[in-house]
Write a protein that binds this ligand. Structure first.
Ligand code: NAD
Length: 510
């Protein structure tokens, strides 16, 4: 089948490639000339496992082509996928500017019957508006289909090739039959292909993301409460995940959800609900919990460095086995209020920091015209003079995407609090440079990031961080302290190895 995909981002590129891989003639179109030039050479502008190999093979076998010429792409296709971005407006609603611009261009380029498939995540009712818009611009017949995408970055090819389900929202049987044919190779294993009206299809995508966001926030709240009551969320998780009514997926506590989808889709749904005077209280709460969760690790850092233990670091370093198994941990009051001065730093949007050379950071920060409040009232930044190694920057493993990544909040806050930050991520270093500029130091590998740092802060759970050489970590860090934002390490093992260990939803090992 001849198809084109408008927008070659994470979704468009994966969809186009997978359709080519199943034998279709695919044209991928984008307005970004640099991206298209790279893709034409078989180079992929994003990191997604397996994607590059598939693109190269399909380029070689001439099943995929890349272009900036939308008219040519449309005129050589029966099915036109719209996979452009739908960012959020300032009020949280979905910005349909790119979608409608692409739709208008498609309508003007049409030279016969086309099926326009909306793959971008769009608010309920968009397919109807798109149909109206296209009808107003062309005399040719058109069917509009809503086909939300459920792939996960980091496993995008796998998810597209072996979907849990395919959702098709359409009213016209002829369009449904053609789209079914296109998806047949991916549903051979029995995955359901659900045909419904377009509004229900559009709603399904938001409902799905909201449910997952609720699970994450639910687990994070349970984890935080575990810390207060002396329970361990890892046990609690197993206890509830084995209930078949609940299941194990998306029940890992951490630093909150991020990425290009959940945060913006949740806001867009809340905005639609508000428009219809039906506030979604549960989803609103999930979003609020998530915002707070992004800063729990920095709060732990602050609480630790304000505790009496921080003054005994040299002593703790010398006597690694501080307590026996089963013994109560030394008391860092998890529920303690942070000193008032600190809340100011935590509330700031850290990326507003001016760009500054790493080595001169402290001096330059001092020379910024900070008023008394900006200096934290007392005039000192609480983490001044401390250096933190941050492992993991992408919003989750196996992607270089840093959109709304928790690392941005964590690093931003550490910088605001006066700390130096040394970072490493297996794939997101290029993205990180665009975001943090010279505000942080970029390490060539995870061990280099540790050199002379006061502590390790694990933010994204890449495989390569799962089983590191702890002796090497210890020898490189100034003090053996780990703040584990993803519960990657075993507290018992950390105790044996002589680390001070702070996880999420479990008691610290001190
Ligand atoms: P992206 O930002 O990675 O890519 C969007 C692409 O569209 C860019 O390359 C941009 O240059 C191009 N573009 C913008 N306007 C255009 C136009 N008028 N004509 C042609 N190209 C144009 O976005 P993404 O992450 O691929 O997401 C695309 C859509 O899919 C969004 O609605 C998103 O919510 C949804 N979605 C994303 C994911 C994900 O994991 N990224 C998963 C499911 C659904």
């Amino acid at each position: 089948m001849k198809i084109c995909v408008i927008g070659t981002g994470y979704v468009g590129l994966v969809a186009g490639t997978c359709f080519a891989e199943t034998g279709n003639d695919v044209i991928c179109m984008d307005v970004d000339q640099k991206k298209i030039a790279l893709l034409e050479k078989g180079k992929v502008p994003i990191y997604e496992p397996v994607l590059q190999e598939l693109i190269q093979r399909n380029l070689q076998e001439e099943r995929i082509r890349f272009t900036t010429d939308l008219s040519w792409a449309v005129q050589n296709s029966l099915v036109v996928f719209i996979a452009v971005g739908t960012p959020e407006n300032e009020d949280g609603s979905s910005d349909l500017g790119h979608v409608m611009e692409a739709v208008r261009s498609v309508a003007k380029a049409m030279d016969g019957y086309k099926i326009v498939v909306i793959k971008s995540t769009v608010p309920v009712g968009t397919a109807d508006s798109v149909l109206e818009e296209v009808h107003s611009l062309t005399r040719f017949q058109v069917d509009v289909v809503s086909n939300p995408e459920f792939l996960k970055e980091g496993a995008a090819i796998e998810d597209f090739m072996k979907p849990d389900r395919v959702v098709i929202g359409a009213d016209e049987v002829r369009a449904v039959e053609i789209i079914k044919e296109l998806y047949a190779p991916f549903t051979l294993t029995g995955a359901p292909l659900l045909v419904m009206d377009s509004r229900s299809a559009e709603m399904t995508k938001y409902a799905s993301n909201s449910m997952l966001a609720c699970r994450i926030s639910f687990m994070n709240e349970m984890a935080n409460l575990c810390e207060h009551v002396g329970a361990d969320i890892q046990w609690v998780r197993q206890g509830i995940a084995t209930d078949r009514r609940i299941g194990p997926a998306f029940l890992f506590p951490g630093l909150g959800y991020g990425g290009s989808c959940f945060p913006k889709d949740i806001k867009a749904l809340l905005s639609v609900a508000e428009e219809h005077h039906y506030p979604l209280k549960l989803i609103q709460a999930a979003q609020e919990v998530n915002e707070l969760q992004k800063q729990v690790i920095v709060e732990k850092i602050l609480k630790f460095y304000s505790s009496e233990l921080a003054g005994r670091l040299e002593e703790l370093k010398r006597s690694p086995k501080r307590k026996k198994e089963g013994e109560k941990p030394a008391n860092i009051d998890q529920g303690a209020e942070l000193p008032k001065d600190y809340s100011y730093f935590l509330s700031l949007d850290a990326e507003q920091l001016p760009d500054m050379a790493f080595d001169a950071e402290q001096q330059k920060l001092g020379s910024l015209s900070l008023d008394k409040r900006e200096k934290g009232g007392s005039g000192t930044k609480p983490l001044k003079g401390k250096t933190f190694a941050v492992w993991g920057l992408s919003f989750k493993p196996k992607t270089d995407d840093m959109r709304e990544a928790p690392s941005r909040t964590v690093i931003g806050q550490l910088l605001k609090l006066g700390a130096h930050v040394q970072v490493y991520d297996p794939e997101a270093m290029k993205e990180a440079r665009k975001i943090f500029g010279k505000k942080v130091r970029y390490a060539r590998n995870n061990y280099e990031a540790l050199k002379d740092a006061d502590a390790l802060v694990l933010v994204t759970e890449w495989n390569v961080f799962r089983n590191p050489n702890f002796d090497r970590i210890k020898s490189l860090l100034k003090y053996p302290i780990i703040f584990d934002g993803r519960n990657q390490y075993s507290p018992g093992e950390m105790r044996e190895l002589g680390f001070l260990y702070f996880g999420i939803g479990r008691q610290p090992e001190i």
